[in-house]
Write a protein that binds this ligand. Sequence first.
Ligand SMILES: Cc1cc2nc3c(=O)[nH]c(=O)nc-3n(C[C@H](O)[C@H](O)[C@H](O)COP(=O)(O)OP(=O)(O)OC[C@H]3O[C@@H](n4cnc5c(N)ncnc54)[C@H](O)[C@@H]3O)c2cc1C
Length: 450
Amino acid sequence: MVAAAENSTHALHRVVIVGGGAGGLELATCLGNTLGKRKRAQITLVDAARTHLWKPLLHQVAAGSMDLNDHELDYMYQARWHHFNYRLGRMAGLHRQRKEIYLAPTLDDRGREVIPARTVPYDTLVLAVGSHTNDFGTAGAAEHAISLDKTEQAALFHSRLVNACLRANAQREPLAPHQLHIAIIGAGATGVELAAELHNTTRELVSFGLDRINPEQDIRIAIVEAAPKILPALPDRLSNAVRGLLEKLHVQVFSGERVTEVTATGVRTASGREVPAELVVWAAGIKAPDFLADLDGLESNRINQLIVQDTLQTTRDPDIFAFGDCAAAPWVGQGTQASPKFIPPRAQSAHQQAMHLARMLPRRLKGQDLRPFNYRDFGSLVSLGKFSTVGSLMGGITRGSVMIEGWFAKIMYISLYKMHEHALHGFTKVFLDTLARLITRRTEPHVKLH
Ligand SMILES: Cc1cc2nc3c(=O)[nH]c(=O)nc-3n(C[C@H](O)[C@H](O)[C@H](O)COP(=O)(O)OP(=O)(O)OC[C@H]3O[C@@H](n4cnc5c(N)ncnc54)[C@H](O)[C@@H]3O)c2cc1C
């Protein structure tokens, strides 16, 4: 099939951003507000989805402590208010010589074509297509485990969780050994935060009339981690503190256990351990989308990330930039030439890189030099829901790493999302939205029941 070509106003420089996630949507909004509004460039955002939710909120959607509808953002609205174009479509290919990207056809739920295959021309292309969970081809993982990469998956997990509770409450015979047990594979921030949220929301859920379930006896949450400790990327004292808190919540932690198989009734590890589970979440490892591995000669690594220079330009094409989880960007000042270090795949990295490109792309249009991107690690924070927030603050504020806990850590944790909202909506809307949410939270249940 021949792909239809997009019309565009050729007089303007065309910046096409693919991926409207934590980084891409901030960049499209900032460039729309500046270059787009002043008609100095045509800014286009392409995304395979119609709505945006900041990915670090997905574990709360899965646990039921957050309603998707309160935080989801429609790309069409955002584009109109911030002077950029939005194109719905999944990028599937690239023609560097013709300077065109190829979008696969968009189909509806019955497989009927909504938008045909098409090409989108660019002068500058920015790829920010993120990453998804890497199950390393583990037997049974694709069939029996749910990953939290998309809103649909988080909503699916939540609906299965509610159904599991309703089923257990209605059944006459005793619970099977795996019933109401949840296994989370991977003890990174996502796995740990999900475990703590689930501890709370399952108890709230049961309190709404599911009186045949005894949460202390019947509900079990386990985390299975291949590395010897939980939160493997973080300092030992932080990891130990979080492990202690999880144990207080009766979350079982199996570290040093590599999962070899996921079945309909649980997970099996290399040491022969069986962890019974009705619901399994895969939250270990990341991989960039497969189409990046062979994208018209651009250089990529073994997890499909595009290799970029310190200016975030891809190594083989200066007109193509990549950032966020889908890029392997050098961490300036860290590592050695023989073993370079790369910027970690985190929301704070995507945010900083988006802000950097929002300053650099207008300079490039004026023919000025690009400055290198310097990543500033402000530390890591892990939220254990209503129980606690712990983390380490790094760098300028603290000179080294300082462990923090409690309300201060919670405010720092929330501020990362507020920074994202601020980049998308500005101060007034964020202030009013936050106020409205605080008020409605007082009159509504804290767990989503359907
Ligand atoms: C459950 C969970 C919890 C997390 N918690 C934290 C946390 O607490 N702190 C933290 O720093 N980080 C956290 N992260 C990691 C963080 O979410 C990512 O590092 C961050 O979202 C990366 O931003 P990005 O812009 O690179 O990609 P994303 O935010 O993933 O956005 C990618 C976008 O690209 C679109 N897309 C993908 N493929 C295509 C295609 N072929 N064509 C068109 N569009 C496409 C997607 O629809 C999406 O909108 C968490 C991640 C998860 C999954």
